[in-house]
Write a protein that binds this ligand. Structure first.
Ligand SMILES: Cc1cc2nc3c(=O)[nH]c(=O)nc-3n(C[C@H](O)[C@H](O)[C@H](O)COP(=O)(O)OP(=O)(O)OC[C@H]3O[C@@H](n4cnc5c(N)ncnc54)[C@H](O)[C@@H]3O)c2cc1C
Length: 489
């Protein structure tokens, strides 16, 4: 038995020391009660259900980094049901308090509510905090007190609220408990290595998981790229966006920190106020996705617009495979899907194009796209991924209407006009002229052979044929479902 009372700091999607309100509270509690803080991470079914191969890779490195920041061998890892793990630690030590930062998905809320109830019944002090969002989903309300279904009024309402609190520095001193719970496991025992084979080399080349990596990424973005963000954020070859999404996914940096750092920058550089507001509004989309997640029944499976439950999606395993592996014959799509596989990341504009081709030209179910992104994205998260796929599918909150169909050739020509992005990820097209780079099927056979592009596949479906089929499916759904736009659960 440890002599001092212990507060458990339960880390989840908040793998950082700075601006971590639950950790601050645990330290404060320890100071006031002559106690110690026991940092834990529990790999339970809820977390397991939210991870794919790429996010497992990220989590492994992020846990390693957090443990290092705590001094090494100080973050206690567990596998099992969260309640059982917490009960076992309580049985072993004099645990009198429990702190965590809130999650907003249903399985986490159900788990956390039960744990809080149990804690209160057993006399354990238990407190939760907002460490993940700028605004709590229940604080942002429509005039009639409901939740928002459209982004612009949501974001306007957010901007009228008191601004997010200034971020707090990491605690000067964390009075760590010097005990090792008997059921703790090693990082290797969490078994987070990519499976069934290790494809993570490209992920490590592109990203540095952990709090220090997140800060470096933010400062690099503010110093070098924020200035061009509003103008160039849609151009995948420019790489002007922050690439903070996986760091935000695991809470290695707080949105408050990003908000205030960019706001300070805009104060010091008034000419960058507009680009900064644009960037902050993208953080707003993240807020909106969490708002919608919190209020939805099951964002990952149930279309927010009920009529889409009857949409005639087509199960075409071959087309899905070609889409997943970057072999659709549409260069901008294949570039995106190959970038995703190689790096665990894809530019937002390209995510929109590949998503549109899947759910429209190929009539693929948005949930199949969601599942592949969940498996392969380093930033895959229950809010943004499900929200965005519903948006792409035309069935989500403030979604692009299904009948607006992106043409991948025109999108490629507009946002990758010189084919730089396509040439990087689809090297077999490298030698095609700019005029053909987004539509190689129009090249004469001899030109294809001469450019070394003859092995590149023909389009998986004709653009006109895919478009017409999608529109027919949409009309069919409207007929049978008595569809009204904006009709949402
Ligand atoms: C089909 C599809 C699936 C997506 N899946 C995910 C996902 O699993 N995880 C994820 O974080 N984002 C997802 N997005 C949103 C967006 O593509 C990424 O957040 C963005 O590309 C990340 O790059 P960045 O950090 O450079 O973004 P920046 O442009 O620098 O934006 C800053 C931050 O704002 C947030 N953000 C930006 N755009 C959006 C958006 N449209 N919706 C919600 N939040 C946004 C992200 O947290 C991002 O890190 C998806 C978009 C689409 C179209």
């Amino acid at each position: 038995m440890s002599a001092s009372p212990i507060a458990i700091m339960w880390f989840r999607n908040d793998l950082r020391l700075a601006d971590n309100p639950a950790l601050m509270a645990a330290c404060r509690w320890a100071g006031q009660n002559g106690g110690r803080v026991l940092p834990v991470f529990i790999y339970d079914d809820v977390i397991d259900g939210q991870l794919g191969g790429a996010t497992r890779w990220w989590l492994r490195h992020s846990l390693q980094s957090l443990d290092h920041s705590l001094g090494g061998q100080k973050l206690h890892l567990f596998r099992g049901t969260a309640q059982d793990v917490l009960t076992s630690v309580q049985a072993e030590y004099q645990v009198t308090a429990l702190f965590w930062n809130r999650c907003y998905d249903r399985p986490s809320i159900t788990r956390d509510t039960a744990i809080k109830t149990h804690a209160h019944q057993t006399g354990l002090m238990c407190e939760s905090f907002n460490g993940q969002l700028l605004f709590e989903p229940w604080d942002v309300k429509t005039g009639s007190g409901g939740s928002f279904k459209v982004f612009s009024p949501f974001w306007r309402a957010c901007l009228k609220m008191p601004p997010p609190a200034a971020p707090q520095a990491a605690p000067d001193h964390i009075p760590l408990a010097t005990v090792t719970p008997s059921q703790a496991v090693s990082l290797a025992e969490l078994d987070l290595a990519p499976k069934p084979f290790d494809w993570a080399g490209g992920l490590a080349e592109r990203f540095t998981p952990g709090e220090a990596g997140a800060r470096a990424q933010l400062h690099d973005f503010i110093d070098e790229r924020l200035i061009d963000y509003a103008a160039l954020r849609d151009y995948p070859d420019q790489r002007v966006t922050s690439e903070l999404s996986p760091h935000l996914r695991f809470g290695e940096i707080s949105p408050r920190h990003i908000w205030h750092a960019t706001a300070h920058h805009a104060d010091a550089h008034p000419a960058q106020a507009q680009t900064t507001a644009k960037f902050q509004s993208e953080l707003g989309w993240r807020e909106f996705a969490h708002h919608v997640l919190f209020h939805a029944k099951d964002l990952a499976t149930i279309p927010l617009q009920p009529a889409f439950a009857r949409f005639p999606w087509v199960q075409d395993a071959d087309a899905l495979k070609r889409w997943q592996t970057g072999q659709t014959g549409f260069p901008i799509v294949d570039a995106g899907m190959r970038e995703l596989w190689h790096t665990g990341y894809m530019h937002n504009r390209v995510r929109m194009i590949v998503g549109s081709v899947l759910v429209k030209h190929l009539l693929g179910d948005w949930r199949d796209g969601l599942a592949w992104f969940d498996a392969t994205l380093v930033d895959a998260c229950p809010a943004n991924n499900a929200f965005s796929w519903q948006w792409i599918g035309g069935c989500g909150a403030d979604a692009a209407p299904y009948f607006r169909i992106f043409n991948p050739v025109l999108q490629g020509e507009k946002f990758d006009p010189k084919g730089v992005y396509v040439r990087q990820w689809v090297p077999e097209l490298r030698n095609l002229p700019d005029t053909l780079i987004h539509k190689p099927w129009e090249a004469p056979r001899l030109v294809l052979i001469g450019a070394g592009a003859a092995s590149y596949p023909d389009p998986v479906i004709g653009l006109r044929q895919g478009r017409d089929r999608a529109m027919a499916a949409w009309r069919e759904m409207k007929k049978t479902a008595n569809f009204e736009e904006g009709d949402m659960t």
